[in-house]
Design a protein around this ligand. Structure first.
Ligand SMILES: Cc1cc2nc3c(=O)[nH]c(=O)nc-3n(C[C@H](O)[C@H](O)[C@H](O)COP(=O)(O)O)c2cc1C
Length: 185
């Protein structure tokens, strides 16, 4: 049994994270969810709490008083982290080492040998924007490429009505990337 933190950020594909919980459990993983504040506008934390059977990490500074320092405790608990979907905003914050919510704090507190799988999803122009691509390149290069594994978005009809690259990769592919990452540690 491996422990996986499922990070969810504020994109339209956030609802798909629910199905990934089941796929990861089928692969013998215990799953906990951590959401950005924006993600909670797209998907109720209650849904992920019910599916994972555990409280959801959101905003450590804005919620209940919790003396356990959850982002550190969760980083210790996790064998791997997968972020589905990863927004442009989140990728930028992560690439610059920012830590303004539970998920980004957890990722900075995560020991370097633990893998992180990122599955971006966004509008095509956002994905192709040089600033976003620069952040992606930067993330890929961290620790000689050993830290972040990107599951590239795919081409299909997007929520904005356009057809292009930017849709979340198939969940089976993302679950496979998590299994492969866990097998390597
Ligand atoms: C309806 C709607 C859909 C959005 N979908 C996406 C998306 O698919 N991908 C993305 O990168 N940003 C998307 N955004 C923008 C993000 O919600 C925004 O950048 C937010 O700050 C992300 O915060 P987070 O990265 O902390 O979750 C969307 C915004 C709205 C209003």
């Amino acid at each position: 049994m491996k422990n996986v933190v499922l990070g969810v950020t504020g994109g339209i594909a956030a609802y798909k994270a629910c199905d990934l919980v089941t796929l990861l459990r089928d692969r013998d993983c215990a799953v906990r969810a951590a959401m950005t504040r924006a993600a909670t506008r797209f998907l109720a934390p209650l849904t992920l709490a019910a599916l994972t059977g555990h409280q959801v990490l959101v905003d450590e500074l804005g919620g209940e008083v919790d003396p356990s320092i959850p982002h550190v405790a969760w980083a210790r608990w996790a064998d791997a982290v997968v972020v589905v979907p990863a927004t442009a905003d989140f990728l930028g914050r992560l690439a610059h080492g920012l830590a303004d919510d539970g998920l980004t704090c957890l990722l900075l507190a995560l020991e370097m040998h633990k893998p992180v799988v990122l599955a971006p999803a966004m509008n095509t122009a956002m994905w192709q924007n040089p600033l976003v691509q620069q952040n992606v390149l930067h993330l890929r290069a961290v620790a000689g490429g050993a830290r972040f594994r990107l599951v590239e978005p795919v081409e299909k009809r997007l929520a904005c009505g356009e057809t292009g690259v930017g849709a979340l990769a198939p969940l089976e592919q993302i679950a496979g990337a998590v299994s492969a990452a866990l097998a390597g540690i």
